[in-house]
Design a binder for this molecule. Structure first.
Ligand code: HEC
Ligand code: HEC
Length: 287
């Protein structure tokens, strides 16, 4: 009366055994927390960032932009630290993308000031002459649809305050998108400061600002002072130029130089580095 003599029962029994094996070895681990490691300092999106993320998806930005830095030298040199699994724990769905018509955006948060993003989204060609990114100026005219904001936050189990939901009133889709872009690649964990001679610099700098800081110390501090307070060149924390000059003006002054003795940096600093220096200068502006 061996089971081996009964082919039909044998098939059924072996199928059950394989099925139980699959459930135990595949499906159970799928739901264990260790499958979703969260990197320390990674915080969920707040309501406006989450709305911005949905606009990013709606507009198909991920058809031209990736959000993952591969551990290859030519990528890390351009975009920064390679992406880690634990960074994407709050991304549902993830937006890694597969096509880079434009640059990777995984580390774009903090690279430029908000005002740069507003201008760039409105008219990319005004920032980079040969950009083939389409303009999204009309986003600034669209009021953000906030009807599902609270539901989205709850569905994703993201913590939020009612005030944050109310603060969405009157915001535009552009505001949300910029808030989302500024969140990319940023953690709450204090970043180690770039080596600096300033004892006072204890504020937490984003990676882009820290890089701008380093570039500044190497190239500009000699004339503008290590604390930006001036010397040969003017004080760069002054309200005087801060309110007069847009980021585009600042970038122009740096790339082209100024008649009063400011050298041109075109051949030394590329767009990316210039952007980071501007982010650093902005981060130090008073008031
Ligand atoms: C047709 C392809 C295309 C689409 C679609 C597109 N971009 Fe771009 N994007 C580019 C290119 C090319 C650049 C590089 C030149 C420039 O900065 O304009 C770029 C640059 C950027 C930058 C600056 C990155 C950096 O590090 O300097 C940001 C931010 C950005 N895009 C955001 C977006 C967002 C948000 C959307 C969707 C609303 C979007 N892009 C849609 C092609 C595209
Ligand atoms: C050789 C000395 C020198 C160096 C090095 C130098 N600057 Fe300047 N910078 C000046 C002087 C002088 C001015 C004032 C020129 C004028 O307004 O005509 C100035 C002006 C500026 C301004 C104000 C421009 C404006 O629109 O009012 C900015 C911003 C600036 N520099 C940034 C930088 C940055 C960033 C670097 C490093 C990449 C740098 N500078 C390096 C001497 C220098």
């Amino acid at each position: 009366m061996s089971i081996y003599r009964k082919p039909v029962i044998f098939i059924i029994v072996s199928l059950v055994v394989v099925l139980v094996g699959s459930v135990v070895s595949t499906f159970i681990p799928l739901f264990m927390p260790s499958m979703e490691p969260a990197l320390e300092g990674i915080t969920p999106y707040n309501p406006i960032e989450l709305e911005g993320r949905d606009i990013y998806i709606r507009e198909g930005c991920n058809n031209c932009h990736t959000q993952t830095v591969r551990p290859l030298l030519f990528e890390t040199a351009r975009y920064g630290e390679p992406s880690k699994l634990g960074e994407f724990v709050h991304d549902r769905p993830h937006l890694w993308g597969s096509k880079r018509t434009g640059p990777d955006l995984a580390r774009v948060g903090g690279k430029y000031p908000d005002s740069w993003h507003y201008k760039h989204m409105e008219n990319p060609q005004a920032m980079f002459k040969d950009s083939n990114m389409p303009p999204y100026a009309w986003l600034a005219g669209n009021r953000l649809d906030t009807s599902l904001a609270e539901k989205k936050m709850k569905t994703l189990h993201f913590p939020f305050a009612d005030a944050e939901i109310r603060a969405l009133d009157g915001k535009t889709e552009m505001d949300a998108l910029v808030a989302y872009l500024q969140k990319l690649g940023r953690t709450k964990k204090p970043q180690p400061l770039a080596a600096t001679t300033q004892g006072a610099a204890t504020a937490v700098e984003s990676p882009a600002v820290a890089e701008g800081h380093k570039i500044f110390d190497e190239n500009c501090a000699g004339c503008h002072g290590a604390d930006l307070a001036g010397g040969l060149g003017p004080n760069l924390t002054d309200a005087e130029w801060k309110f007069g000059g847009s980021d585009a003006d600042l970038i122009l002054s740096i790339t082209e130089g100024r008649p009063g003795g400011m050298p041109s940096w075109k051949s030394v600093l590329d767009q990316d580095k210039t952007g980071k220096v501007v982010a650093y200068i902005r981060s130090r502006a008073k008031g």
